[in-house]
Design a protein around this ligand. Sequence first.
Ligand SMILES: Nc1nc2c([nH]c(=O)n2[C@H]2C[C@H](O)[C@@H](COP(=O)(O)OP(=O)(O)OP(=O)(O)O)O2)c(=O)[nH]1
Length: 140
Amino acid sequence: MTERIVVGAALVDGGRLLAARRSAPAELAGRWELPGGKVEAGETPEAALVRELREELGVTAEPGERVPGQWPLRPPFVLHVWTARMLPGSASPEPLEDHDALRWLAPAEVWDVPWLDQDVPAVERALAHLGLEATDARGG
Ligand SMILES: Nc1nc2c([nH]c(=O)n2[C@H]2C[C@H](O)[C@@H](COP(=O)(O)OP(=O)(O)OP(=O)(O)O)O2)c(=O)[nH]1
């Protein structure tokens, strides 16, 4: 089966990471994730990221760097993560689609929300890549 990429955004503003709480499907609802979605045929991951952030959050964002690594989701999907930032003049993020809550998490708060299990290693790697690890990080 061909792998399909889901892009997740490590969207950072003022040293805080945006987390989004899924509202559907039932088995994922209530858990937190990096905003993003499936890369469509003929689309680059960066373009998918910008599109998903506009659709889901109403923000104008630009992708930064790919966070090294990939994390398996329900087959055939695999999660890739990119850093991202909002462009000057962007609206503030709102949970327009797929989510019912958003939180900007400072490094010490990142593990206060129940992330999707498969997102935990991706978020750890993203924080390390961004240099946002808290001194009281997960697991001590
Ligand atoms: N966006 C996102 N999806 C994730 C993460 N972790 C994770 O397991 N997933 C799963 C949930 C979904 O099954 C799938 C992504 O689907 P999605 O519903 O966000 O994508 P989409 O907006 O393109 O959805 P659709 O058009 O197919 O409805 O990946 C994550 O961090 N971000």
